[in-house]
Design a protein around this ligand. Sequence first.
Ligand code: AMP
Ligand code: GLY
Length: 426
Amino acid sequence: MKILVLGAGGREHAIIRRLAADQPVPQLHAAPGNPGIAELATCHPVALSDIDAQVALARDLQIDLVVIGPEAPLVAGAADQLREAGIAVFGPSAAAARLEGSKSFAKDVMRAAGVPTAAAVTITDPTALEAGLERVNPLGDVPFVVKADGLAAGKGVVVTADREAALTHAHSVLAAGGSVVLEEYLDGPEVSLFCVSDGERVVPLAPAQDFKRAFDGDEGPNTGGMGAYSPLPWAPEGLVEEVVRTVAQPTITEMARRGTPFVGLLFCGLALTSHGVRVIEFNARFGDPETQVVLERLDSPLAPLLLAAAQGDLLAVPEPAWSAQAAVAVIIASEGYPATSRTGDEITGIADCEGLGCHVLHAGTARDEQGRLVSAGGRVLAVLARGEDLAQARERARAGAEAIMLPGSHHRRDIAARAAAGEVVP
Ligand code: AMP
Ligand code: GLY
């Protein structure tokens, strides 16, 4: 089987690495890929924004399955154009990817499907902001949750007890021409559950937890994700089945009922609140860095699962099998991330890190003219480790992260710490 993975990040490196472990090994291509992916797949210099060139590439290579990694090409209609060209695609149509591309659309689908989520109002007019906050945060309730309605790479959300900061963020989103979603605050630990769908059925993967804030102790701004772990030893029994029954399946059924079936990965971002499971957000693709830990624990082949979903027949494949081991990923971010990111600094220490039993997955990396590996983005690498339990995986990943040398970089030292210590309580 010939597979083309679109994307250039750590998630795509993780997908390719897992596909490369399938038997028989698929022939692997990536566009545009990155230096880590290039060790496992043939990389093609096609921009993520150039859908026509992606279709031409898939045709030229006679690709059997295209896996679309990031949200931007999905929202722009890459899956639609590839399907029109007769190519099997793992990734939703533009119409179905609106579940991620528009938070107000997602709320509308959840309302129609009876899926539990935070109460919210959508604001398009700055003069309605104050009244909106009064509705969502009555009696001075805090924190405030203020979200840009469209795609924002995980950085469009401000959660703050400071009313002025909430209003400032809302005004800046509106001034940029977007709309704002004001949301009820959800307490309780977060869970990321990936659900593979063929448009009708749902196959859940193993749950993971992401660390959204930039710094230790959940301090600092929201990011795309600074680390992740799986499994969740603290998760209530039956959580996955409950989320499939109350969240994923009703959403997939509602999308099919609307004539816009969702084929691909429905990423359910959840809060386990004192009132039960609530959806924080949907994404229309694998999460980054959760994919790195989830696929590390997948013991059954990945290509047949994704192909069966793309072909509309998940009944054709057995349920995924999972390792009992734990996996932890720690992101090495460049100086200034998430506000800015310094690029072009040399990265060293990868061999030392891997010598400690870790794997390094590339995200924002490039080769410079001398062939040296340099930073090329905000999230630069994921250091991934396995262990018999979370404590062991965490210790390995922590030590591995210390071995990576990148001037000015930062990473969190508390990924999975509270879970390993038994301190996470749903
Ligand atoms: P989103 O882009 O909607 O996933 O939001 C990014 C992050 O902001 C989430 O992972 C949460 O940590 C936080 N967040 C978003 N919405 C809420 C909410 N309603 N209550 C509490 N935290 C939230
Ligand atoms: N780590 C969260 C995301 O991929 O959106």
